[in-house]
Design a protein around this ligand. Structure first.
Ligand SMILES: N[C@@H](CCC(=O)N[C@@H](CS)C(=O)NCC(=O)O)C(=O)O
Length: 205
C-alpha cells in the first residue's frame, strides 16, 4: 500500500516524518504542497487536512495530520522496533514527552519561526518584533533545562530510541542559523543531538 506524504522540503515538521521513515526503512511517496504558493489552501487539499498544513499523510483512505500522530502511526507499522515504547510504561513516557514538546517548547520555537522567517520572508511583513522574540526565547530557555536534565543519564529522551527523539531532535538542526538560539550550553542535549546526527540518513532526509 502506498503511503503518501504531502511535504515541503523546508518544513521542520515534515522533516521529522522523513527522518523517522528513513530510520524505519518505510518508503514514502512524497508530494510537494507548498504553503507559500497556497497549494495547501486548495479545496482538494483542505479535504485531506482542513488546517491546510503539511505534513499530511495519506494511506488507503486515511488522512493524518499533526506530526506526532504521524510519527506514531509510522512507528506502529514496525512494532518490532518498539519506537512507540515496548511496554505501557514506556509508551506513556513517550506520550508525555511528545505532548510536553508540542505544547511547550515547540510552540515557542514556532512562535520564533513565524516572527523571524514567515513574516519577513513569506508574508512581506516586518516581523522580528523584539517583544515576541524575547517571550519565545524566555519560554525556550525555561524548558531546555528540563530536557537537558532528562538526557543526563539517558542516550535518548525516554531511554531507548523512540518517536520522541524524532519529534524533538530535528527542531534543533537549523535553530542556530535561522532562529538564533543554540543548545551548545546544554551539554546533554548537545551530546544527544550528536548521537542522532551520526545516523547515516540524518543530513539528507
Ligand atoms: N503542529 C503541526 C504544525 C504543522 C505546520 O505548522 N506546518 C507548516 C509548515 S512547517 C504549514 O503547513 N504552514 C502553512 C499554514 O499554516 O498555512 C505539526 O506538528 O504537524
Amino acid at each position: 500500500m502506498t503511503i503518501t506524504l504531502y511535504d515541503i522540503k523546508e518544513s521542520p515538521h515534515c522533516r521529522k516524518v522523513r527522518l523517522l521513515a528513513a530510520e524505519l526503512g518505510i518508503k514514502l511517496n512524497t508530494v510537494v504542497k507548498d504553503p507559500r504558493t497556497l497549494e495547501t489552501r486548495s479545496s482538494d487539499f483542505l479535504a485531506k487536512n482542513p488546517n491546510g498544513r503539511v505534513p499530511t499523510l495519506e494511506e488507503n483512505g486515511l488522512y493524518l495530520w499533526e506530526s506526532p500522530a504521524i510519527l506514531k502511526y509510522l512507528a506502529a507499522k514496525v512494532p518490532e522496533r518498539g519506537l512507540c515504547g515496548k511496554d505501557a510504561r514506556t509508551q506513556a513516557l513517550v506520550d508525555q514527552w511528545l505532548f510536553w514538546w508540542a505544547s511547550g517548547p515547540e510552540a515557542a520555537i514556532d512562535m520564533l519561526g513565524w516572527e523571524m522567517i514567515i513574516k519577513p520572508m513569506v508574508l512581506n511583513e516586518p516581523g522580528k518584533d523584539p517583544a515576541v522574540m524575547n517571550e519565545a526565547y524566555a519560554r525556550i530557555n525555561r524548558y531546555l533545562p528540563v530536557l537537558d536534565k532528562q538526557l543526563e543519564s539517558r542516550d535518548y529522551v525516554v531511554g531507548p530510541l523512540s518517536v520522541a527523539d524524532f519529534a524533538i531532535g530535528p527542531r534543533f538542526d537549523r535553530a542556530p542559523e535561522l532562529l538564533k538560539f543554540d543548545v551548545a550550553p546544554y551539554k546533554n542535549i548537545a551530546a544527544w543531538l550528536a548521537r542522532l546526527r551520526a545516523r547515516p540518513y540524518w543530513q539528507n532526509a
